[in-house]
Write a protein that binds this ligand. Structure first.
Ligand code: GRF
Length: 221
């Protein structure tokens, strides 16, 4: 039996900035490690560098500038239309810096992932690296979760930790965390594409097992 590309999971990636996580997904695809189609990349910021990465990788791009809309819900409704044109099986938030309306979240429940630069439930929201430093934490990291209506509060699938060293500042910590992000995001998207990962009754299920707590990257290596 042959498999045409249209049988593959269609993925739409939402970005707002540099798109290094998008790049990690593109690289995985190019290495044949992502059995999915990166169908479109959509940015709410016209200047997002990630748009260039997408274009170079031959992925369709779209810009929907939130500043052109009177309120969150009208923007989100238009964004849903733009996304749904591509009929995605998965929406990947990769540095998409917008708070999502409940209507938007409900529309993609179970098929929308986000990556957050902290070990959730610690440090929801912004400036996570600085906050970890100021709290005197020894360990920091990143989390991937299914998106639910609570900001950065959806069920976590996997986390990767990094050690905070005495000479770390927010920038060095961000670099360390991003290295881990670029490992775990393609991995999780692959699991979803392979049908190994889903959301059932608000809980992540991986290889038929309900994840009572997040997978830790260190457990896999
Ligand atoms: C990442 O640190 C991610 O955790 C957060 O936004 C950042 C996006 O970086 N949600 P990039 O645009 O993928 O380089």
């Amino acid at each position: 039996m042959t498999t045409s590309s249209s049988d593959k999971l269609r993925i739409v990636v939402l970005i707002s900035g540099s798109g290094t996580n998008l790049q990690a997904l593109i690289d995985a695809r190019d290495k044949g490690e992502l059995p999915a189609e990166l169908t479109a990349v959509i940015s709410n910021r016209p200047e997002a560098v990630g748009l260039q990465r997408a274009a170079q990788a031959g992925i369709e791009t779209d810009v929907l500038d939130h500043k052109q809309f009177p309120d969150r819900i009208s923007f989100d409704r238009q964004l849903m239309q733009v996304i749904d044109k591509h009929q995605p099986g998965l929406v990947v938030l990769a540095g998409y810096m917008r708070i999502l309306s409940d209507e938007f979240v409900r529309h993609y429940t179970g098929r929308m992932l986000n990556i957050h630069p902290s070990l959730l439930p610690k440090y929801k929201g912004l400036n996570t690296h600085q906050r970890a430093l100021e709290s005197g934490d020894r360990i920091h990291g990143c989390s991937i979760h299914f998106v639910t209506e609570t900001l950065d509060g959806g069920p976590v699938i996997i986390q990767a930790g990094v050690t905070i060293d005495a000479d770390d500042d927010a920038a060095s910590l961000a670099r360390k965390v991003q290295q881990q992000e670029h490992i775990i995001y393609p991995m999780v998207v692959r699991w979803f594409a392979e049908g190994r990962l889903s959301l059932q009754n608000d809980q992540p299920v991986f290889d038929q097992q309900v994840l009572e707590s997040p997978i830790q990257l260190s457990e896999l290596s």
